[in-house]
Design a protein around this ligand. Sequence first.
Ligand code: PLP
Length: 512
Amino acid sequence: MIADSPSPHDPSAAAIPAFLDGSAASRRSLGRAIGAAVNAIGHDLVGRDRPYSGHSPTALDELLGMELAPEQGTDIDAVMRRVGEQVIRNSVVVSHPWCVAHLHCPPLVVSCAAEVAIAATNQSMDSWDQAPAATHVEQRMIAWLARECGLDVCADGVFTSGGSQSNLMGLLLARDRAVARLGGSVAVDGLPASAGRFRIICSDATHFSILKAARVLGLGDVAVTAVPADREGRLTATAAESAADDLMSAGLRPIAIVGTAGTTDLGTIDPLDELAEVAQRLDAWFHVDAAVAGALLMSERERHRLTGLESADSVAVDFHKLWFQAIGCGAFLVADGADLEPIQLHADYLNPEPADSGWDPPNLVDKSLQTTRRFDALKLFVSLQVHGRRFFGRCVEATIDLAAEAAAIIERDPRLELAQRPTLNTVLLRYVPPDGGAETDVDQVNALIRRQLLLSGQAVVGQTRLQGRTWLKLTLMNPTTAREDIRRLLDLVATAGAAADHSAVAGADDGA
Ligand SMILES: *Cc1c(COP(=O)(O)O)cnc(C)c1O
């Protein structure tokens, strides 16, 4: 059997080198392997007329019951062909104009190309000796972003896997500062009993990762005070302040205010400057979740809407949303780099105390919850270099304009109802049966529309709840989508609505 088990050292064992080893042959090998991947994308992703194949979870699970770890390998072309036929063909086409369920962007071509360089060089961002140049590129990108946000020169930060991790970091620093103000240290002693009185003020439109962070941080759901958003979906200063007053009269302690720049459903931007003032009066941490609307920084037309961002104690930005980067790519910023101290922990093998090692290179693990970490900053760097910042501004503006156009079409169509005028790139709508119908029936019909469009592969549309009702959601992430694409999609939704309405009525009749 020895002959059947090729050794990684035996050059005759494989036609192409298995590892990138600096030889021309291994570079060609990488090119060939990438070519196989690009071919698979070409056959099974690009140009598909539907955003999804339509397979149900059960059907997909059956289809993907392939052997996972064969004793003997197969040629990359054959493997990629199979990946194309089975996996890529049953993936959602993120660039399709009717793939509009989530904040899920079509990636820039150059971001995908940068992924190859990231993977092939495989730098690890935890320590300088694993990522010398990469460390400085990331640091400079962070400094650039902090300046764009209007933060002070002592700002700092780190790239993250995305908004959830960035939000967790923001609330972790808020919690630890609150404990420090009481003379304690979470790092040394864990949570004091008084942490049971900590409260985080946000709106009920805040992303659920804030709640998850509160759980992870040992504060629990009870620590999150979700104030009802106003009609436009905003957390107003008045509401935040009165919530804080109520909490304090009950002997509780508001330790943080979370402002959102671009809520997930309505795209609402909270009045950041006003919330910053409230936070300051309360001596509370002000975290801004700019996962979505952070991209407005690139638009001269839109960036004024982020006024107040410069007063944040910490900021979350997602580049794998409206910056069109391949997943994952996010950043976490703090206004004062010294505040990152609770995250710093020294390991002899990785980032020893400068006094012990005799020198002090920047080891980014000092600022991150992750240890081994990808060089995601390179994707954003390459994309900004190739396209320039104005391109990003125009792309974001295009998605905002598309949402406004979609809303105008919905308002003119008697079969559809618009929840409210969009503020960013999302549109909430629903189908209304010609005879009106009970609210719960309308909810059901709209849920059915979404499911039927998905399971026929025709369109991937979002669904959410607003003021107790079910709404369909279009999240317009593709700047190249045409108005006509939207008009046809909305017609499809209305047609599917009429069909779903009939089948729901028929179902009710059957049951009677
Ligand atoms: C998407 C989103 C997040 C979570 O970000 P991930 O990158 O998915 O972890 C947080 N906040 C808001 C407002 C979001 O839209």
